[in-house]
Ligand binder design. Structure first.
Ligand code: PEP
Length: 252
């Protein structure tokens, strides 16, 4: 059975001291909620503090990006080895904000995913259509193409460490949420594509999250869908009560 993963994406929010206070408050609220994995992906400077604060809890810590080279002249970038040494377990790759504002492409998403897997991280690979693509009726083609390009050359044995986050770009940070039916259908298309690439068993196993304005009000309906195996949550992951409500919805 595939795991449900509820992951927060803090984006460019929270200082180290705020991180410590947040995790200390959240930990007792989500203690024992073991029907899902609980992850907080935080800014690089918060990771060490987050790992320390989450020790002995069921909260795991992730980064929001990773560079694909081992080291060298890549000013401003962070390597797998750096992330590993401070206790990072998960890495978000190819978030739409990276694609939109920082020139991330499917080719660099693929390189970063390979680097993350080689270093033993769980890679949360984000993909999804923009508004015009949904309106033109080409969502399925877009997510199939992204799935193929983002996972190109990744061997079947590494797929157990890949989580796909289906994030329609028009729903991220906008308050617009895909309907449960849209989320289920498109996560299903991605799953079919995984089946074509890696076989039916791998497709059954892989965790496919939905992300895009998931919150305490809509989480239960979205998570009830057969192809939705969790959520990647931005805004609502910055509030302990909203994030806990989403974790609770995954533990019904
Ligand atoms: C995200 O950052 O991946 C996200 C889905 O953000 P939000 O929940 O705020 O839409």
């Amino acid at each position: 059975m595939r795991r449900t993963v509820i992951a927060g994406n803090w984006k460019m929010n929270m200082t180290p001291s705020e991180t410590k206070a947040f995790i200390e408050a959240l930990a007792p609220m989500v203690a024992g909620k073991d029907k899902c994995d609980i992850v907080l992906c935080v800014p690089f400077v918060d990771i060490a503090t987050a790992v320390e604060a989450a020790k002995g809890t069921n909260i795991k810590i992730g980064a929001e990006n990773i560079h694909f080279e081992e080291k060298g002249a890549y000013t401003g970038e962070i390597s797998a080895k750096m992330l590993k040494e401070i206790g990072t377990e998960y890495v978000i790759i190819g978030h739409s904000e990276r694609r939109q504002y920082f020139g991330e492409t499917d080719a660099t998403v693929n390189l970063r995913t390979k680097a993350a897997l080689a270093a033993g991280f769980k890679a949360i690979v984000c993909l999804g259509e923009v508004k015009e693509e949904r309106l033109s009726g080409i969502t399925n083609e877009i997510v199939r193409m992204q799935t193929k390009l983002d996972l190109a050359g990744i061997p079947a044995e590494d797929l157990k460490n890949v989580i796909i986050a289906y994030e329609p770009v028009w729903a991220i940070g906008t308050g617009l949420t895909a309907t449960p039916e849209q989320a289920d259908e498109t996560c299903g298309v991605i799953r079919e594509c995984i089946a074509e690439l890696y076989g039916a068993a791998a497709a059954e196993e892989i965790t496919i999250q939905y992300g895009g304005s998931m919150n305490d009000k809509n989480a239960a309906e979205l998570l009830a869908k057969v192809n939705v195996d969790g959520g990647l949550i931005g805004g609502a992951s910055l509030k302990t009560d909203a994030f806990t409500a989403i974790v609770n919805a995954a533990n019904l």
